[in-house]
Design a binder for this molecule. Structure first.
Ligand code: KG4
Ligand code: ZN
Length: 339
């Protein structure tokens, strides 16, 4: 069947068409159109929710039309519409949800609600056709840092998550303070290769204790303090050294918690997803964790790490197979605690 996915939870408007047939082993991305609003938000150093909602409204119809056209299908070929309903910016989510509802109900197509974070996990299903649950999933993005035990395609158990900022926010904040345009995560990734990771002592984001929670605010504050103290002394901090030390701490903290979660759950596969899963240092650290533990590592290509509708359609397909279709009361929610 063909499934149309729609994503508008933050600053990307995206529509995608997948051809999916689990019994026949078909998971094909027929189109995946992403309209990024980054150029607009970078003027303000971060996402401005009201501007995001308006930009989604302007883009959603034409992006959807393009996704159908690029896939070579019409709306009549679509067997289900999957839309991100939570978590995210509420005004932004409502644009996608209302558009999906109108489209689905006017064409008598089943509608499916998708959790954005489960979408990030599902990106790996598209790049790894053999991938099947159970597995351990790590989502690291601008808004989320979570570890899940994924028991089947629609059953996610949260093992741990961030108690404050997400990994992406932590990267973006320091990148911005040292003069990089929003979102600075990818630029910081590159700069980290030029510095000495041992140049500064910083706290770990792995929340102490036996659980699998993270906390990035202490690390972020410690890095800000280093920058501010240097500037009070009239000095400029070595940006590359800071990028290297900061990245090393984030990567080590995430890799250690992930290794502990693999050991505790006995998972045989690790899946990662989310914008920060594009981080090259994190990818290689997690590859090593998996090699050491004899665990299969499934990581999506960079193009499927950031927000996109193909991952939403993939998650939605399995929700659809499980019979989880929505009615006209479908709504959007900013938080994750609606399930
Ligand atoms: O998943 P995503 O597109 O949006 C959310 O759902 O939040 O993630 C965006 C985040 C931003 O914080 C961005 O800086 C970060 O992913 N990011 C990176 C890299 N590429 C994108 N962070 C670190 N290293 C990268 N290479
Ligand atoms: Zn995301």
């Amino acid at each position: 069947m063909f499934i149309l996915g729609l994503e508008s939870s933050c600053d990307e408007t995206s529509a995608a068409v997948l051809e999916m047939d689990e019994a026949a082993g078909i998971r094909r991305i027929a189109s995946n159109v992403v309209a990024s609003q980054i150029d607009i938000h970078s003027l303000y150093g971060g996402v401005v929710p009201e501007i995001a909602s308006r930009a989604h409204i302007e883009a959603v119809s034409s992006i959807t039309y393009r996704a159908l056209e690029e896939a070579g299908v019409t709306i009549d070929d679509i067997g289900a519409v999957a839309v991100t309903t939570h978590p995210g910016l509420i005004g932004a989510l409502l644009v996608g949800v209302n558009f999906a509802k109108s489209l689905a109900f006017s064409h008598h197509i089943p509608l499916v609600s998708v959790n954005h974070v489960h979408g990030h996990v599902s990106a790996a299903l598209l790049s790894d056709p053999m991938l099947k649950p159970p597995f351990l999933a790590l989502v690291v993005s601008g808004g989320h840092t979570s570890l899940y035990a994924v028991d089947d395609f629609t059953t996610y158990r949260t093992l741990g998550s961030t108690r404050d900022d997400a990994a992406g926010e932590a990267f973006d904040k320091i990148a911005r303070v040292i003069g990089m345009p929003y979102p600075g995560g990818a630029a910081l990734d590159k700069l980290a290769y030029e510095g000495n990771p041992k140049a500064f002592v910083l706290p770990s984001p792995a929340f102490p204790g036996a659980g699998f929670d993270f906390s990035f605010s202490g690390l972020k504050t410690a890095a800000l303090n280093l920058i501010n103290s240097a500037s009070q002394r009239g000095e400029t901090i070595n940006r590359a050294d800071l990028a290297a030390a900061y990245t090393a701490k984030i990567v080590r903290g995430i890799a250690d918690k992930t290794a502990a979660a693999l050991a505790e759950t006995g998972a045989e596969t690790l899946v990662i997803g989310g914008g920060v899963a594009a981080n090259s240092h994190l990818r290689s650290a997690l590859q090593k964790v998996c090699d050491d533990a004899g665990v299969r590592f499934s990581l999506p290509p960079i193009s499927l790490c950031g927000d996109n509708a193909a991952m939403i359609a993939a998650a939605g397909y399995y929700e659809f197979l499980a019979g989880a279709t929505a009615d006209t009361s479908l709504n959007a929610y900013a938080t994750d605690d609606v399930e």
